[in-house]
Design a protein around this ligand. Structure first.
Ligand code: PLP
Length: 442
């Protein structure tokens, strides 16, 4: 790799940006990929890809081997439609998994496989946001995963936001109550650990969120795309505390979504599970009838949500996820020991940025420093996310701007999954050169 190539030519980059008709402050991941590929091609340089939020470690053989086994042994499997609400094995494995790792009691019938967390989030919003005519707004604890907001739009629902940078602890409760008391909110959606900041909601916060969800009959959608991955705690021992904190301890108005994508690096097989609270599943809302031919929340989720969207989830990935949950519950497979590597990478990468004039954008988790995980966010003086991305691209580093994630704070999300630690020497060289360049040019 030829380091003298950096910085790349600003005019060339500007022309590419013009050709692609993109705004770096708001650029989406696919457009950014096209732009980076174009630049990398022209200059024959390898970019350090911090933009993709995709798994960076291979899946354990357990999953694929189970898929092959079931497809080989059961000749009828490919020609048989899956049950809409999931195969019994996965429903039971999920109920056992949530008992072992979050210590809540649900029945297999409350555990519904979806085609990734994306699908679960889509249906959860569709049902939760249509229970009452007036309560058609999804309230996000932001910043968040931009695709969920596209789903809100797609569904014709409204979107509201609370930025977790400004509201944590008791003041989050106050702000949330103000919003929920308008009775316009159908659901509150969050991820914890959070994409893109890696903020993790505290148990006390979940307690007060849960209390308010019950008080105003609002549904909490807890997107656990990074289940157990707050590496400050060991959430990986079955049936032993500490358990991953969940709002389910404090309200019956919850849907928890657990994705296989990051915890088991199983993103390609598109499988997650939605755990619909047993009490919520039984509740009836007359407004649901118009959309789903039923008033019952649980029935609407499966027959009004899963059936018309995907008519179920392919069966072999359901078996794979069952096998992974079963092995994890039996203590035979320690997924956390594998994904911990993301925390180590984040720790190193942060040091490199912080030693060279960058700051963390979301730097505090209430009173503590933000934990090391899959993502972190950076900023530099008063540069916008787009300006910062522009200069990073000139030095062969990509990340995504924060604006589309629902924050007014300017910066860049760094995802550490794809850049291997062997590449950190190169990262350091580029970040140092970038820092010198900006220092000299004032
Ligand atoms: C917060 C969050 N939710 C959901 C997803 C998507 O998960 P899945 O691959 O299971 O659809 C992601 C992926 O990046 C995410 O960050």
């Amino acid at each position: 790799m030829n380091k003298s190539k950096f910085p790349l030519d600003k005019t060339v980059l500007n022309n590419i940006i013009k050709d692609h008709e993109v705004d770096l402050n708001n650029i989406g991941i696919r457009e950014l990929k096209r732009l980076v590929d174009n630049l990398a091609d022209q200059y024959k340089v390898d970019f350090l890809h911090f933009e993709f939020g995709v798994p960076g470690i291979p899946a354990d053989r357990l999953g694929p081997e189970e898929e092959i086994r079931v497809l080989t042994e059961d000749k009828k499997l490919p020609s048989t439609y899956p049950p809409f609400d999931g195969i019994p094995r996965l429903k039971k494995a999920t109920a056992d998994f949530v008992k072992a790792f979050i210590n809540i009691d649900v029945e297999p019938e409350n555990c519904i496989p979806t085609v990734g967390a994306m699908h679960g989030g889509f249906i959860a919003q569709a049902i939760a946001g249509r229970r009452f005519k007036k309560a058609d707004t999804i309230l996000y604890l932001d910043p968040g995963f931009p695709v969920n907001k596209l789903q809100t739009k797609f569904l014709g629902l409204k979107y509201a936001s609370i930025d977790l940078y400004d509201y944590r602890g008791k003041i989050l409760a106050k702000k949330l109550e103000k919003k929920l008391s308008t009775r316009k909110i159908g659901s509150v959606l969050w991820s914890s650990p959070n994409n893109p900041t890696w903020l993790c909601l505290k148990d006390e916060e979940l307690k007060m969120i849960g209390g308010l969800l019950t008080k105003y009959d609002v549904v909490g959608i807890e997107d656990s795309a990074y289940f157990g991955m707050d590496f400050r705690f060991d959430y990986g021992v079955p049936h032993k505390p500490p358990f991953q904190p969940t709002v389910a301890n404090y309200t019956d108005n919850y849907i928890i979504i657990i994705s296989s994508s990051k915890m088991f690096s199983y993103a390609g097989q598109r499988i997650a599970v939605a755990i619909v609270s047993p009490k919520l599943a039984k509740k009836k809302y007359s407004n649901l009838k118009k959309y789903y031919d039923t008033k019952s929340f649980g029935h609407a989720f499966v027959h009004g949500g899963i059936y018309p969207t995907t008519a179920g989830v392919p069966q072999s990935p359901q078996h794979a996820l069952s096998a992974l949950f079963e092995a994890t519950c039996q203590g035979k497979y320690d997924y956390l020991s594998k994904v911990r590597t993301y925390g180590k990478r984040a720790n190193e990468a942060k040091k490199i940025f912080l030693n060279n004039g960058f700051e963390l954008l979301y730097n505090k988790d209430v009173e503590e420093p933000i934990a090391d995980g899959f993502y972190f966010t950076i900023k530099r003086k008063d540069m916008t996310g787009g300006e910062l991305l522009h200069i990073m691209l000139l030095f062969g580093i990509s990340g995504i701007p924060m604006r589309p994630t629902g924050t007014k704070r300017e910066g860049i999300r760094i995802c550490v999954s794809l850049v291997q630690q062997e590449q950190y020497g190169e990262l350091e060289k580029r970040v140092k050169a970038l820092n010198n360049y900006l220092t000299i040019s004032g």
